[in-house]
Design a binder for this molecule. Structure first.
Ligand SMILES: *[C@@H]1O[C@H](CO)[C@@H](O)[C@H](O)[C@H]1NC(C)=O
Ligand SMILES: *[C@@H]1O[C@H](CO)[C@@H](O)[C@H](O)[C@H]1NC(C)=O
Ligand SMILES: *[C@@H]1O[C@H](CO)[C@@H](O)[C@H](O)[C@H]1NC(C)=O
Ligand SMILES: *[C@@H]1O[C@H](CO)[C@@H](O)[C@H](O)[C@H]1NC(C)=O
Ligand SMILES: *[C@@H]1O[C@H](CO)[C@@H](O)[C@H](O)[C@H]1NC(C)=O
Ligand SMILES: *[C@@H]1O[C@H](CO)[C@@H](O)[C@H](O)[C@H]1NC(C)=O
Ligand SMILES: *[C@@H]1O[C@H](CO)[C@@H](O)[C@H](O)[C@H]1NC(C)=O
Ligand SMILES: *[C@@H]1O[C@H](CO)[C@@H](O)[C@H](O)[C@H]1NC(C)=O
Ligand SMILES: *[C@@H]1O[C@H](CO)[C@@H](O)[C@H](O)[C@H]1NC(C)=O
Ligand SMILES: *[C@@H]1O[C@H](CO)[C@@H](O)[C@H](O)[C@H]1NC(C)=O
Ligand SMILES: *[C@@H]1O[C@H](CO)[C@@H](O)[C@H](O)[C@H]1NC(C)=O
Ligand SMILES: *[C@@H]1O[C@H](CO)[C@@H](O)[C@H](O)[C@H]1NC(C)=O
Length: 510
């Protein structure tokens, strides 16, 4: 039982812990969302020409003609740079057409249009036929229609930063880029593409592709390209800044997960270690979650989903750096395997809808010292061993979910668990869902009179017994005194003393 003094001590300790926590708050920000430069860079060596309006310039195939804004023509919309290049700025489709008609010659092979506002870019126009480098960047292109002509010699295509979406890039009926057999550099970065330009990268040709800044491209397309690395020879420019969308409908949050494509390489290795989870055939799925600082080193934190697998025990031998584990909807009865070394980095544990009876086996595990989220709803907990959790819950941040359990309620529950729930209600948002068995209602609604009457009854009863015993003693003494008095005066023993057998002690008395 908790005494008033004990509670005061608890409160003091809690405030101390809070004060310490506040002091170290800045230190605890260790999570990192994005890799910086740790990953191997696979940048292509595209020798773009920039910030040099006049100097001589090689026009090798594959080179991209690119000028910067400060070189924009001042009076006109377009200007010729050397004999083979044209540079335009800030045009709409009408002005572009007009200006190109004037500046483009038979000899023009390079074109850069900066900030074009075009509703429909018709790529089948004959003026584009002779180009080897075509760039329409930093503008707004509503739609790309038509198809590059079959003999197009474009080696470099830059459509970076045009607010393009896939719907406007690849109309369902045809693919605008399918004829670009000489393309070696494609810069489609900083758009909003959601479909991978598969036709471009599935040819037997070396190609550099920049798809950074398009966060909704499906990971499976990148995966395919990376797997067939040999034949397609695709190099991803800005590899470490290129991200893809993983559709997690069947795994985790019923949502897409945007992740660096380097995680796909990680995923491959992960798939192997995922198969080694015991028990064998547990058929769990493993996905990289995010980059996380663990033991001072950046690792890709791993999510493991073993839910609804008919497991009878907690899985062990989890992949390295497993940070989240979902084993909901199984038939697990014990948390003992959480002490397995592979649980070392687990911070989120979901064991909802199982048959776990207690959490005492978590005592002393690394998990219980470090967890951020522990959900053990709808299990068969009979009690809450509050001391196992209390240390962790004294810090801010960790969440515990325990609703849907029906624990055994007695006076101890009312005196210990109920105040514990109320003290930690910020960490246990579903505290009202912890109920008592036998339809006794929520634990937080327990009243002393409901469960704690037995002790008072017992005390009352003790007094009755003592009273009764005193009464019997008094009667006994009076009877003995009476017997003695009768024996002394009348010389005989009254009933029942006269019927009692002689005992050795009687002998002594005489
Ligand atoms: C882009 O061009 C349009 C005209 O077509 C102009 O209004 C706009 O200011 C330009 N944007 C930038 C960033 O210069
Ligand atoms: C195209 O280039 C050739 C030789 O390189 C040159 O003689 C001709 O004048 C150029 N034509 C134009 C329109 O610049
Ligand atoms: C494609 O490039 C090759 C050299 O790599 C060249 O011989 C060929 O003419 C080019 N094709 C076109 C259509 O420009
Ligand atoms: C394409 O255009 C963008 C935006 O102007 C530029 O940053 C990038 O370097 C260009 N890419 C190539 C390959 O020239
Ligand atoms: C990008 O395109 C969408 C339509 O696809 C348009 O609503 C939006 O305003 C554009 N954003 C910019 C910055 O032009
Ligand atoms: C890019 O596409 C996504 C998903 O289609 C959309 O939510 C987002 O608003 C788009 N961004 C821009 C700038 O158009
Ligand atoms: C392609 O394979 C080479 C070695 O064969 C490797 O160095 C490179 O990283 C691979 N590229 C990708 C994108 O996987
Ligand atoms: C990659 O190329 C090597 C030899 O160059 C070959 O042995 C291997 O099977 C190829 N892999 C794929 C996936 O094509
Ligand atoms: C865990 O798995 C169950 C069953 O697949 C799912 O309903 C639940 O949302 C998952 N929990 C989390 C936190 O993803
Ligand atoms: C990993 O396994 C999942 C299925 O469990 C599969 O969808 C995915 O493509 C695999 N990833 C790699 C890189 O092998
Ligand atoms: C593993 O799970 C997938 C779906 O998650 C299922 O299609 C497959 O049959 C399962 N395999 C085994 C051996 O249970
Ligand atoms: C596991 O539990 C479910 C209900 O949660 C039950 O239907 C199923 O029969 C149990 N499986 C085993 C093997 O006990």
């Amino acid at each position: 039982m908790i005494t008033a003094g004990g509670r005061v001590v608890d409160q003091v300790m809690l405030w101390c812990a809070l004060a310490c926590f506040a002091a170290h708050l800045q230190l605890s920000e260790t999570r990192m969302e994005e890799p910086d430069s740790k990953y191997k860079s696979m940048e292509a060596h595209t020798q773009s020409i920039e910030e040099q309006p006049e100097p001589p310039r090689e026009t090798k195939l594959g080179n991209c003609f690119h000028m910067s804004r400060k070189d924009c023509p001042i009076d006109t919309k377009c200007r010729r740079i050397e004999s083979d290049s044209v540079f335009c700025c800030d045009v709409d489709s009408f002005r572009l057409k007009e200006a190109l008609a004037i500046t483009m010659t038979q000899n023009t092979t390079n074109l850069h249009v900066l900030n074009a506002t075009i509703d429909e870019l018709v790529v089948s126009q004959s003026i584009f036929r002779r180009l080897t480098s075509m760039a329409l960047t930093d503008g707004n292109i509503g739609k790309i229609v038509g198809q590059f002509p079959k003999i197009a010699s474009i080696a470099c295509l830059n459509i970076s930063n045009n607010n393009l979406s896939s719907a406007t890039l690849q109309p369902p009926d045809h693919r605008p880029f399918s004829n670009l057999f000489n393309l070696t550099v494609l810069d489609a970065s900083r758009n909003n593409l959601t479909k991978f330009p598969v036709s471009l990268v599935q040819s037997n040709r070396k190609i550099s592709v920049d798809l950074s800044g398009n966060d909704y491209l499906p990971c499976k397309d990148f995966l395919k390209v990376m797997e067939t690395n040999n034949s397609s020879l695709v190099t991803f420019v800005h590899y470490d800044k290129t991200k893809c969308a993983l559709d997690l409908r069947f795994n985790w949050f019923k949502d897409v997960l945007i992740m660096p494509i380097d995680h796909l390489r990680v995923q491959k290795e992960l798939n192997i270690s995922c198969r080694n989870i015991r028990p064998a055939n547990s058929n769990c799925t493993c996905v990289p979650d995010r980059l996380e600082l663990m033991d001072g080193v950046n690792h890709v934190a791993v999510q493991v989903d073993c839910s609804q697998r008919n497991l009878k025990e907690m899985p062990t031998n989890l992949p390295p750096n497993t940070a989240k584990l979902n084993v909901s909807y199984n038939n697990i009865t014990s948390l003992q395997p959480v002490s397995d070394p592979s649980y070392e980095h687990v911070r989120h544990l979901m064991v909802d809808n199982n048959d776990i009876a207690n959490i005492v086996e978590l005592e002393g595990t690394k998990f219980i010292d470090n967890f951020m989220f522990f959900s053990i709803t709808h299990n068969k907990l009979k009690t809450i061993h509050t001391y196992v959790l209390s240390n962790r819950l004294e810090t801010m941040g960790p969440l515990l979910l325990i609703s849907g359990n029906k624990i055994h309620c007695d006076c101890n529950t009312e005196k210990v668990i109920k105040p514990w729930l109320l003290e930690n209600l910020k960490s246990i948002p579903d505290f009202k869902g912890l109920r008592c068995e036998d339809n006794m209602g929520a634990v937080v609604d327990l009243r002393e009179s409901q469960v704690c009457h037995t002790p008072r009854d017992w005390t009352d009863y003790i007094y009755y017994i003592i009273g009764l015993e005193v009464l019997i003693l008094v009667l006994l003494i009076s009877k003995v005194s009476y017997d003695y008095w009768v024996f002394k005066t009348a010389g005989y023993l009254p009933w029942p003393a006269n019927k009692m057998p002689r005992l050795p002690c009687d002998w002594l008395c005489e």
